[in-house]
Design a protein around this ligand. Structure first.
Ligand SMILES: O=C(O)c1ccc[n+]([C@@H]2O[C@H](COP(=O)([O-])O)[C@@H](O)[C@H]2O)c1
Ligand SMILES: Cc1cc2nc[nH]c2cc1C
Length: 356
């Protein structure tokens, strides 16, 4: 707990001065001020995070946290639990969607076993198992507080190792059959959103299974009584090991002043926990896309975030976040390659026609 509190204390706000310098530069480029919209916001955020006008963010990493969920025994997913380890090997063999999208963006995928039920072995796997899957949250707490903290610290350590190797922008990803149940439970526990709106179809359950999933989550919340004001308590009682790992990735990124691209519903439940533990951490988050999972919009709204992309995706793994690497590159290339009004001999706006 002390170590986690120390990390939170080391998270500082973005550098306002650097953001103003970036705005000033953007306004000199050959375009009407603000006309590149969210790309301009992104350029400002990146410089506020890194304390550099045009940072080198060429070394990109996707961290895929994998974990299993005891609540699967209640029948909450369209797929069996063995898909979690099977997909981990798929990530390690380079054949999953995240491998394709990461390659396209020039990013590397790092897969972490933080809580897969069965033993896994692969030379490229980062083996940091805290526990072989969570307990069934409908019957008891998903994990102990110590395990939740341990999993968060794994995420922080993974980021520290990546930063040491020169990685400068990180995307969150996850794999865990049953984890939309944990994420929806986190959303209902931390906000006023009712269960019907917080719970989605995950990998694709039918109406009847969806109603059942709602009842299971209701039972888990009744049984565990997570404290809305204590995000660590919520994570412990109804969260997941991969979710806790991503909380650590996000807090670690904020600590080391590295931009962190948040993927979909499950990644955002981790972001919501991180935000509740340390509200400043939201300044380091880039919300990549709006997942089709229905509760996702409420998570982002709760943190005051607007997604960059609307692609009706609901895969997870970090796929939406990986697509945003290209937007990060776009924002930086605008900053470094565009001509200024002065250098290109282009006339500026008519003074009397503008607001500023
Ligand atoms: O990222 C999302 O928005 C997202 C939405 C729905 C499902 N998923 C993925 O699907 C799995 C969880 O779905 P489920 O139905 O087993 O809870 C898990 O491996 C997630 O990566 C991911
Ligand atoms: C095949 C499959 C791939 C996934 N990737 C992330 N969640 C997933 C769930 C399933 C079922």
């Amino acid at each position: 707990m002390q170590e986690l509190n120390q990390i939170i204390q080391e998270i500082n706000p973005l550098k306002e001065e650097e953001i103003l310098k970036t705005l000033n530069h953007l306004n000199q480029l050959t375009k009407p001020p603000g006309s590149l919209g969210r790309l301009e916001d992104l350029a400002k955020q990146l410089s506020g995070i890194t304390e550099e006008l045009i940072p080198d963010l060429s070394k990109k990493a996707v961290v895929v946290m994998a974990g299993d969920h005891g609540v699967c025994e209640e029948g909450v997913s369209a797929f069996p639990q063995e898909v979690t380890p099977q997909m981990v090997y798929n990530f390690l063999d380079g054949g999953a969607a995240i491998n394709v999208l990461a390659r396209q963006a020039g990013a590397e995928v790092f897969c972490v076993d933080i809580g897969v039920k069965e033993p896994l072995q692969h030379p490229n796997l980062i083996s940091k198992k805290v526990k072989p899957g969570t307990n069934n949250m409908a019957k008891q707490a998903a994990m102990s507080k110590d395990e939740a903290i341990q999993a968060i610290l794994v995420g922080v350590q993974v980021v520290e190792d990546l930063v040491e190797k020169g990685y400068s922008v990180i995307a969150t990803g996850e794999m865990g059959i049953g984890n939309t149940t944990a994420s929806a439970a986190i959303l209902s526990a931390l906000t006023e959103i009712d269960i019907e709106h917080a719970v989605g179809r995950g990998t694709g359950i039918n109406d009847e299974q969806w109603k059942h999933k709602q009842r299971v989550i209701e039972q888990a919340l009744q049984m565990n009584q997570p404290d809305r004001k204590d995000a660590l308590d919520v994570l412990t009682k109804v969260g997941g090991l991969e979710i806790a790992g991503m909380v650590g990735v996000i807090l670690g990124a904020a600590k080391f002043r590295v931009p962190v691209i948040i993927d979909g519903f499950i990644s955002s439940s981790a972001a919501l926990i991180a935000y509740n533990l340390c509200s400043t951490s939201v300044q380091y988050m880039i919300p990549s896309h709006l997942s089709q999972e229905q509760g996702h919009q409420f998570m982002l709204q709760e943190m005051g975030l607007t997604p960059m992309l609307y692609l009706d995706m609901r895969l997870g793994e970090g796929t939406g976040a990986a697509l945003c690497f290209q937007l990060v590159d776009a924002a930086l290339n605008i900053m470094s390659e565009m001509a200024t009004f002065q250098s290109a001999g282009v006339s500026g706006a008519n003074e009397e026609m503008t607001n500023s």
